[in-house]
Write a protein that binds this ligand. Structure first.
Ligand code: PLP
Length: 292
């Protein structure tokens, strides 16, 4: 039985219900966060929390985040995921329940806070080696995609375009620039450099993106944060996606044409290995700490 968290309570998922007047349901007036845990230990939780807080400030949603870490731990525990190799907690906070009018409720209402946990299964090494294919799709999202809102229709339609095309992912393109995936950030290896779009209102500031840039710098791989034209991307030596439920995922074909040699490249492989090694190390630190 899946146990979820809703407004201060842990309860079976079937018993968790939200009002039809919830502004998340009526207006997508809310925000979310997805945090990974490796063997029950949350990875980069502070960075996820900071992004959540920033988004709440932007949307002027006020919720108490003090119990956040405890709720995350408890969800893993109650769902038998405390020893799971990789799991995630999804947390969503909407403005709350109020009669439908566009502006915020004149008297503030309690936000709706919902969270669930689930196991995340990495692709097998064989599947990873095969690589993942993508199509380019015009970016039809709003102009503040740096806020992680639950308003994801543009992302949903982009990912569906990938499914319709029989491939794995979509690359969102605006004004000729390849911005990011439908649910991930995008990197390209161009010459010596690892390149990704700079932080701005047109991409999500992915936590994994930031961590991979940090790892690359530590490993002596030159990095550049600049827009990449889609035509330039097509000539890249390598490309890959990053995200919490993506980790490092090689993109080996775009619009039916191979990227580089049409298989995961060496920089992608090195970064993926380094990332997994860090998460393994993070997971084993917990075990050591727990044994103290
Ligand atoms: C549009 C978009 N870009 C990037 C990401 C990656 O962000 P993170 O690494 O924080 O999971 C996501 C994750 O959901 C996303 O939806």
């Amino acid at each position: 039985m899946e146990i979820v968290y809703l407004n201060g309570e842990f309860l079976p998922q079937e018993k968790a219900t939200v009002s039809v007047n919830d502004r998340g349901f009526l207006f997508s007036d809310g925000i979310y966060e997805v945090t990974p845990a490796y063997r029950g230990r949350f990875f980069l939780l502070d960075r996820h929390r900071e992004r959540l807080l920033k988004g709440m400030c932007e949307l002027r949603i006020d919720a108490d985040l003090a119990p956040l870490a405890e709720v995350h731990d408890e969800l893993l525990r109650q769902n038998g995921l405390a020893e799971e190799p990789v799991s995630i907690v999804y947390l969503q906070i909407t403005r709350g329940v109020a009669p439908r009018t566009h502006a915020f409720p004149p008297t503030p209402v309690a936000p709706t806070v919902y969270a669930f946990a689930k196991a995340f299964h990495r692709p097998t090494p064989e599947r990873w080696q095969e690589g993942f294919r993508a199509v380019t799709v015009p970016d039809r999202r709003w102009a503040r995609v740096d806020i992680k809102t639950v308003s994801l229709l543009g992302n949903v339609l982009a990912q569906q375009a990938a499914v319709d095309a029989g491939v794995d992912d979509a690359i969102l393109v605006r004004d000729g620039v390849a911005l990011e995936g439908a649910h991930s950030n995008l990197f390209a290896v161009l010459g010596d450099a690892l390149v990704t779009h700079p932080l701005s209102n047109v991409i999500l500031p992915g936590i994994t993106r930031g961590y991979i840039l940090q790892l690359a710098r530590e490993m002596g791989i030159p990095t550049e944060e600049r827009p990449v034209q889609v035509e330039e991307l097509r000539r890249a030596d390598e490309a890959f996606f990053t995200g919490t439920t993506t980790e490092v995922k090689p993109c080996v074909a775009i619009d039916g044409e191979p990227v580089g040699e049409g298989r995961p490249g060496p920089i992608t492989a090195r970064l993926s290995e380094a990332f997994i090694e860090r998460t393994d190390r993070h997971a084993s630190q917990v075990t050591a700490a727990a044994g103290d």
